[in-house]
Design a protein around this ligand. Structure first.
Ligand code: ZN
Length: 442
């Protein structure tokens, strides 16, 4: 194992560690560690809420999750000799849950933090973040996943298990002052088009809960007021949530400041394309082994200025049979939209949820399967006016039963609500069952 240059003690909070990381982007957040081009190193990562989400059967912690404090990132790592205009080469050599690539040794450690043998998926409520299908799922829900032998299973979602497609959701280099100013300007302009929207259109700089590494005093106050939030992906990479950033991946990041100042976190045990429930991956703390190098002048040489480019690893679980659902750019109310691939992907996923409900899943269980399983999402057609066509491919092998259509009808999942006996302990689901809340015509 390469040397651990960023150790985290799971019994202590993120701000009470040997190295204090950060949860904002700003060029003046000082580096914690210096590495040389060609080095390999190990680093611990905390899950994105610093342990606020617990292994229990209530979604209240997701409902009340401290969004201003995300994402807690390990770094910055200064790479000696990196200059603006270079490309930073990052090899993802290994990674996994806390202390153990498969998590087996720590399974069922319910008192521990996420990553110690288990992870979670959250659906965020309308008033606290929302999500891809927030109109249909405006409340908070949570599912816990146990890790064993590299596979995930959930006591909240019966009848499915799948091999993790481990990856960091967030990794990137520090922005320059000019780039940061550009981000702030364009995102504030978007917010200004509908400043009272819930959930908001974008997240402006917010000093509340800002963690800025070693910064103190007046420098802390200034940077906390200017620094960019970590939620969106941007030119520096950032929160791209690309499920294919698996072991063996090589990423090439644009460098905007001396030393590049690489940071990363938001580890996912598994995720489907789109991370659709917003906290849609199986979230966990854990570790990454990385290798770094520099391509001098690489941004100009290769025309890489928009964002990172990457070569995915080849360690994804190999599924050979799929059931795919398509959707087009027509709203649920029947309004025709023009080539809207986002809407088409929503419709494809709603289509898949409608289908899985027939097997005895509740809508929220089906939604969480689509967020966390290694489903493939594709922009299948973007030119056939007026309808974009998006598709979501579900690996058939993740289910205990055959989910292909046949003459005898859907097999019912064992232990589900529909077969009686499955407790769905996610908050507000009871309201849905009692008919107090039913925004989607299931
Ligand atoms: Zn995440």
């Amino acid at each position: 194992m390469p040397k651990n240059l960023f150790p985290l003690d799971n019994k202590k909070s993120f701000t009470n560690q040997k190295h204090v990381g950060h949860n904002r982007w700003h060029p003046d957040i000082p580096h914690n560690v210096t590495v040389q081009p060609g080095d390999s190193f190990h680093a611990d990562c905390r899950e994105w809420f610093d342990g606020a989400i617990r292994n229990n059967d209530s979604a209240d912690d997701v409902r009340d999750a401290p969004l201003a404090g995300v994402h807690v990132l390990s770094g910055p790592f200064r790479v000696e000799g990196a200059k603006p205009g270079d490309l930073l080469v990052v090899d993802i050599l290994d990674g996994g849950p806390c202390g153990d690539p498969d998590g087996d040794r720590l399974t069922e450690n319910r008192d521990g933090i996420s990553g110690e043998g288990w992870g979670y998926t959250g659906v965020f409520p309308l008033e606290n973040g929302g999500g891809f299908l927030v109109d249909q799922f405006p409340d908070a829900y949570k599912a816990i996943w146990d890790f064993r032998g590299g596979k995930a299973t959930s006591r909240h979602i019966p009848g499915v298990s799948y091999t993790g497609i481990f990856h960091p959701g967030l990794m990137g280099t520090a922005p320059s002052a000019e780039l940061l100013a550009k981000w702030t300007k364009r995102e504030k302009a978007l917010i200004a088009t509908n400043p009272t929207r819930v959930p908001p259109l974008a997240l402006p700089p917010n000093p509340d809960s800002a963690i800025l590494g070693k910064l103190k005093g007046a420098d802390y106050d200034r940077v906390a007021g200017e620094a960019a939030r970590t939620a969106p992906p941007r030119e520096n990479g950032g929160n791209q949530d690309i499920k294919n950033f698996t072991k063996g991946t090589r990423v090439f990041y644009p460098v905007f400041v001396d030393g590049a100042n690489l940071s990363f976190g938001d580890l996912h045990f598994s995720q489907g394309d789109g991370e659709i429930t917003f906290c849609g991956a199986i979230e966990m703390g854990g570790f990454l082994d990385l290798g770094v190098d520099i391509i001098k002048g690489g941004m100009e040489k290769y025309g890489v200025s928009e964002n990172a480019i990457f070569m995915p690893g080849n360690t994804d679980p190999q599924y050979s049979e799929w059931l795919a659902f398509s959707g087009t750019s027509v709203t649920l109310d029947g309004e025709q939209k023009y080539l809207d691939s986002f809407l088409a992907y929503q419709r494809a996923n709603l289509h898949a949820i409608d289908y899985l409900v027939k097997f005895g899943y509740t809508p929220i269980q089906a939604y969480m399967i689509l967020g966390t399983a290694p489903v493939e999402g594709r922009l299948s057609g973007v030119v056939d006016i007026p309808n974009a066509c998006s598709t979501v491919y579900i690996p058939k092998a993740i289910f205990d039963m055959d989910i292909a259509p046949n003459a005898s009808g859907p097999t019912q999942v064992k232990g589900s609500v529909a077969s009686g006996g499955m407790d769905v302990p996610m908050s507000r689901w009871a309201d849905h069952v009692e008919g107090k809340w039913a925004p989607y015509p299931w």
